[in-house]
Design a binder for this molecule. Structure first.
Ligand code: FES
Length: 278
């Protein structure tokens, strides 16, 4: 897509209910030429618009390996997301993008990959997992640590079994607490609880973290204590964004615009910036 302001009509081709307030939408541009020309890097995002209602940004939650569609996972929290949650298969919405830089995919080749994520932060690194799955020989060990408040907030659960069975892969799950009557066979505690059981070692590895800011802060500090360096940790800052194209200044972080220079940043590039919070 050449024009960053242009919104393109898109059709919902599938809806999967992840939790009581979060769905994954499979989308396809109505214009086949636009669909064919749409490519992106894991970690980039799109803007979804509804005339008269508003627009919001969302991570792209899939690769384009089927060549015909892509996915985004959306939690119902406001006007735009409530409108999206009314959509069914065959309905239309307007999409522009992709925006931002994405995860450092080229640098991951040959490296051990550590993904640490919480809640609805998982959609952003999910395409990395797919890419590793489809090109397993190109990457080292893959370790995924995922935490949610309770088991009921967990998304992409239907894929956990396949991820766990991938060669040279470890998936660890934790929840803050388990409500009465809910079955849970994994860890209990915040996501940093899982770091004690982590098998990834700092040597030849890259860590990618996506989740609430406070979770990223404590995770980064813990990883640094365990010998990881600033340069091998990447964070996705999906906050404070409005225009998505470095125009409104709303997402400014020191010398950077999160929408244009991020949302993925190497920790060494943002550490200590005023208002960084991590
Ligand atoms: S969201 Fe407007 S400058 Fe980044």
């Amino acid at each position: 897509m050449k024009d960053p302001y242009e919104r393109y009509k898109t059709e919902v081709t599938d809806v999967v209910e992840e939790t009581s307030n979060t769905n994954t939408y499979t989308l396809r541009f109505v214009d086949k030429k636009i669909q064919r020309g749409f490519s992106f890097i894991p970690g980039q995002f799109i803007i979804i618009s509804f005339p008269g209602i508003g627009e919001a940004m969302f991570s792209i939650a899939s690769t384009m390996s089927d060549g015909e569609s892509f996915q985004t996972t959306i939690r119902k929290v406001g006007r735009v997301t409530s409108k999206i949650h009314e959509l069914k298969k065959g309905d239309n919405l307007w999409v522009s993008g992709p925006y931002g830089n994405g995860w450092p995919m080229e640098q991951l080749q040959g490296k051990d990959i550590l993904i640490i994520t919480g809640g609805v932060g998982l959609p952003s690194p999910r395409p990395i997992i797919t890419q590793v799955e489809e090109n397993r020989g190109d990457y080292g060990f893959l370790e995924i640590l995922y935490g949610t408040k309770t088991p009921l907030e967990s998304i992409f659960e239907r894929e956990f079994d396949a991820w766990s069975k991938m060669p040279r892969t470890k998936l660890s799950l934790t929840v803050d607490f388990v409500p009465n009557g809910v079955k849970w066979e994994h860890s209990v505690g915040v996501v940093t609880t899982l770091l004690d059981e982590m098998v990834t070692r700092p040597r030849n590895s890259i860590g990618m973290i996506c989740g609430p800011e406070v979770m990223m802060h404590f995770t980064v500090q813990d990883l640094l204590r365990r010998g990881f360096h600033d340069e091998q940790l990447y964070l996705s800052l999906e906050r404070r964004m409005r225009c998505g194209i470095a125009q409104c200044g709303h997402c400014q972080l020191g010398p950077y615009f999160v929408c244009k220079d991020g949302p993925v940043f190497k920790y060494s590039d943002i550490r200590g910036l005023p208002d960084c919070g991590i």
